[in-house]
Write a protein that binds this ligand. Structure first.
Ligand code: FDA
Length: 307
């Protein structure tokens, strides 16, 4: 792995650095580039703008690695409030939610996380939309897929995320490509050891192509989450090869990253979903975005030192 990327991902877990960044006066302005705001109203406002531009949305109430049952409960409430607000504003047919199980108690107890996720799914069903379970570091993959299988028993539309940097993922793709499945394929954003993950970016990209073929060959609904200018046309070409029409798969990108490309793909008739994070706990999310691109770090450091 690139040493700068490892360093930034290590900093993501460091409390002293977190406090320094979170309290720096300029941080919040910089964060705005990647995060829609802190409140439900901010999230709904950003969703409205994207939907009006022809895009669809998945919303992430920021937070992860919760070891406090009260915080997990607060996260469930935030999602339910958001889903009700999306419904009320007539946006629930264009916007769903993404949930990190570690934000609803996975580190405390898998059962608690499953029950909390089920409450969010019930609210989504009531509001006429769906939920996708984000994927976190590899120590949680099996647990997340177990919870997914359980939730899909009641809510067959619950989506999963698979990460092409993990050696196991091509098999997971084949296993999860069945009818009715919704699978988001991404490269993966955590610092993972060589025993479980490809370290070389080229290997990760090759794995992404193997995985996208496995998903497109199946009967599910694949969601290709990448900004990579080489992979986006490969998705298009392979989808055509597999006889997939626009509407039988989708592209996904993050809020604030390649917005012109998001609109271009939507203009071609593709479903494009923008992942919109909001909330006050933006630190871990921001650090992963910085680690992906040295230019972002330079931008961030310049902003921190320019006042
Ligand atoms: P790559 O990182 O190779 O970037 C390709 C190009 O995209 C860059 O050259 C640049 O032009 C642009 N780009 C990418 N990242 C950028 C950034 N931060 N700032 C500016 N430009 C950037 N991961 C995970 O582990 N679990 C998950 O659940 C999710 N969920 C998820 C949802 C959605 C909708 C997306 C798009 C991504 C995720 N991810 C994720 C993150 C994912 O694993 C990955 O870290 C990022 O998408 C970056 O990988 P790319 O495929 O974009 O390629």
């Amino acid at each position: 792995m690139n040493p700068l990327r490892s360093l930034i991902l290590a900093a993501a877990g460091n409390d002293v650095i977190r406090r320094a960044v979170a309290t720096a006066p300029v941080s919040r302005d910089v964060v705005r580039r990647f995060v829609a705001g802190e409140t439900t109203a901010d999230a709904v406002g950003a969703t409205r703008g994207l939907v009006d531009a022809g895009l669809t949305v998945t919303l992430d109430y920021l937070g992860e690695d919760t070891t406090d049952e009260g915080l997990a409960e607060q996260t469930v409430h935030a999602y339910v409030e958001l889903l009700d607000a999306l419904h009320e504003h007539g946006l629930a047919d264009r916007a769903e939610v993404s949930v990190k199980l570690s934000a609803v108690g996975q580190l405390l107890d898998e059962r608690l996380a499953a029950e909390n996720a089920a409450r969010i799914c019930a609210a989504a069903q009531r509001c006429g939309t769906t939920v996708t379970l984000d994927m976190e570091d590899h120590t949680t993959t099996d647990s997340t897929l177990r919870v997914l299988a359980e939730l899909r028993g009641t809510y067959p539309w619950v989506g999963a995320v698979l990460q092409s940097y993990l050696h196991r993922t091509v098999d997971d793709c084949a296993r999860l490509a069945g009818p009715g499945s919704r699978v988001r394929l991404c490269k993966g954003a955590y610092a993972e050891p060589a025993e479980v993950a490809y370290q070389d970016t080229h290997e990760v990209d090759l794995s992404y192509v193997r995985c996208l073929n496995a998903l497109l060959a199946g009967d599910g609904y694949p969601m290709f989450a990448t900004h990579d200018p080489r992979l986006v046309p490969i998705v298009g070409a392979r989808a055509e090869f597999h006889g997939r029409k626009p509407g039988s798969f989708e592209f996904q990108m993050l809020y604030g990253i390649r917005p012109d490309e998001q609109r271009r793909l939507a203009g071609l008739g593709h479903t494009v979903r923008v992942y919109v994070p909001y909330g006050v706990q933006w630190y871990g999310y921001l650090m992963r975005r910085l680690a992906e691109r040295p230019a972002n770090t330079a931008f961030f450091l310049r902003a921190l030192t320019s006042r």
